[in-house]
Design a binder for this molecule. Structure first.
Ligand SMILES: [Zn+2]
Length: 221
């Protein structure tokens, strides 16, 4: 029996059409085969799986009593006795910063919200929500679980991923270069005025950039 404080979401790292005609039971059996034959575990590692069509199926059930909620899974080292592991089928080629919708279906989104609500009901309270990628250097499950849950756009990891920031940087760099090139052509007093003005403009641009960066960090465009 676990004492859950957390739900950790995973993906199967399979392509969208993988075993598309197979039943949920067959898909679970195939993943169990990976875990038993491939890794030498006793059974499938996840507590629950969510198919492409949103079908939910229990995972590990060592005593075969149909109750997968009682089992301690094997999905994140050191956290299995305190977390409920849910695996979404799909996610191949995903990055940790992708959007849920890039790799999973709306039916899976609804099913995952249901699975979270059920696990919290079993635990008798709110649980921390995490993705495998927060505990391992992996993309799994291929999106930011907490941001998805709060219906926020995915956070980008580098400012270069923001097209707005790229455009602002390109435009302002051009302006500054043009301004600096004019300075040597001016008389002494005018040069000082130009340098001071240049400094003020540069500071203003830095401030604008900082505000843009803050917006970007919040996930706005
Ligand atoms: Zn995982």
């Amino acid at each position: 029996m676990r004492s859950d404080s957390e739900i950790i979401v995973h993906c199967s790292d399979t392509r969208p059409g993988w075993m598309a005609e197979a039943s949920a039971e067959d898909i679970r059996a195939e993943i169990e085969r990976w875990h038993v034959e491939g890794r030498g575990w006793r059974a499938i590692g996840y507590n629950e799986l969510i198919m492409r069509d949103g079908t939910r199926i229990g995972g590990r059930d060592l005593d075969n009593d149909g109750d997968h909620f009682e089992e301690i899974g094997a999905h994140v080292r050191g956290r299995n006795s305190k977390s409920y592991g849910i695996c979404l089928i799909g996610g191949h080629g995903s990055a940790a910063t992708d959007a849920f919708e890039d790799h999973f279906t709306p039916d899976q989104g609804r099913a995952l919200r249901e699975a979270i609500a059920d696990a919290e009901a079993k635990a008798g309270g709110k649980l921390k929500l995490s993705g495998h990628n927060e505990y391992a250097n992996k993309a799994c499950p291929g999106f930011n679980v907490r941001r998805w849950f709060k219906r926020k756009p995915p956070a980008r990891t580098t400012p270069m991923q923001s097209t707005t920031l790229q455009a602002v940087a390109a435009g302002q760099t051009g302006n500054l270069v043009a301004a600096v090139q004019v300075i040597p052509q001016l008389s002494g007093a005018a040069q000082i005025v130009a340098i001071v003005a240049f400094g003020v403009v540069a500071l203003a641009l830095l401030w604008v950039g900082r505000e843009r960066l803050k917006k970007w960090a919040r996930g706005d465009k």
